[in-house]
Design a protein around this ligand. Structure first.
Ligand code: FMN
Length: 349
């Protein structure tokens, strides 16, 4: 079993128990001690050599052809160090970032908490990243040949009224290396960011970015789809408003959803009280409720990527049935390991 080399420390720690393998590797009964230590074991599944096709031709969406419907969500490989390794796990696509124009350290540690009995995480990382230019440069020399999304945001100390400049700067910087770009207006750990989902802010931001895309398209000889990533904390009324806006704006798709600042009960872990965005199992119900509303409002053809609480094949199927064209995993990978990718693919068509 080949060891997977991951530079990202969190990703490495999280996936090492599944991938390091070797002759003595556990065949995977999960013990209480392992769970407590956060080194949950499952059978060290074979690392697939490529991306399994959903069908002979994959999935056509937004002018791209995805080899399958299961991708890696943003925030796992923020700086694009690990796409070559992660690309070997069988994902249909990988989203790196969030990147900001200038490098930033993010919030002081501790900023990431495991809620093991809840199969959840709380994070308040705060867009720690090396900056869009460094990440774009790194990704230029990637060997990963699959679909690459880049998630863009604003620096924490850029005034909110100047947010547009940050997103424009990022789009310009990553355009050449991205197959699609996700505009992140929904992370809870950058003060004021989620206010950019208000129609008065969202409309001008997306129009500005779409205009910039018109300029970049001929330069790079490609039209990069623009997606908007939404929060599960939008009220039903806000979801309806955003849907109306998105129908009229030059946007190619939605990622639904980011993490939540809510704490859906019951939660068993003390760390649930930590400030930050909750991901994983307890997020699933709200994520698919938002997804369902978006699908109902936007009709069958609007591209939607579903993320949030896909910790099992059944959850993947439920997200697909709620209207997602594609799925993204994050917290499920931490608790179930990369075998989850194949498990979801086995039942999601
Ligand atoms: C530790 C951590 C860091 C994350 N960082 C980002 C990020 O930088 N940008 C972003 O758009 N989403 C980020 N997310 C949100 C995920 O992309 C995903 O939308 C969310 O976790 C829901 O999926 P899950 O329940 O499968 O984890 C992060 C999530 C976690 C757990």
């Amino acid at each position: 079993m080949a060891a997977l080399r991951l530079r990202n420390v969190f990703a490495r720690d999280a996936l090492a128990p599944y991938l390091a393998g070797g002759p003595g590797a556990s065949a995977g009964r999960v013990t209480g001690a392992q769970r407590d230590a956060g080194t949950v074991g499952v059978p060290a599944a074979a690392v697939p050599g490529g991306s399994p096709d959903t069908s002979a031709t994959g999935v056509g969406l937004m002018g791209l052809r995805f080899p399958n419907r299961v991708g890696l969500a943003a925030g796992f490989d923020k700086d694009g160090y690990d796409v070559d390794s992660l690309g070997r796990l069988g994902f249909g696509f990988i989203e790196v970032g969030t990147v900001t124009p200038r490098p930033q350290a993010g919030n002081p540690r501790p900023n990431l908490f495991r809620l093991v009995p809840d199969e959840a995480l709380v994070n308040r990382l705060g867009f720690n990243n090396e900056g869009a230019a460094a990440v774009a440069q790194r990704l230029e020399s990637r060997r990963y040949a699959g679909i690459l999304g880049v998630n863009i945001g604003k620096n924490f100390d850029t005034p909110l009224q100047k947010s547009g400049d940050d997103y424009m700067s990022c789009l310009r910087t990553v355009y050449g290396i991205a197959d699609y770009v996700t505009i992140n207006v929904s992370s809870p750990n950058t003060p004021g960011l989620r206010g950019l989902q208000d129609p008065g802010a969202l409309r001008p931001l997306l129009l500005e970015l779409a205009n910039l895309r018109e300029q970049l398209q001929p330069v790079h000889s490609k039209r990069v789809p623009l997606l908007v990533k939404l929060s599960p904390d939008l009220t039903d009324e806000q979801v309806a408003t955003v849907s109306r806006e998105l129908r009229e704006l030059p946007v190619d798709g939605i990622v639904a959803t980011n993490t939540t600042i809510s704490r859906p009960q019951p939660l068993k872990s003390a760390a649930a009280a930590e400030t930050g965005g909750l991901s994983g199992s307890p997020l699933h119900a709200r994520s698919i409720a938002v997804l369902r509303s978006l699908r109902a409002a936007l009709g069958p053809d609007f591209p939607i990527i579903g993320a949030g609480g896909i910790v099992s094949a059944e959850r993947g199927a439920a997200t697909r049935n709620a209207g997602a064209d594609l799925l993204q995993l994050y917290t499920g990978l931490i608790y179930r390991g990369p075998a989850l990718i194949r498990e979801v693919l086995a039942i999601v068509r």
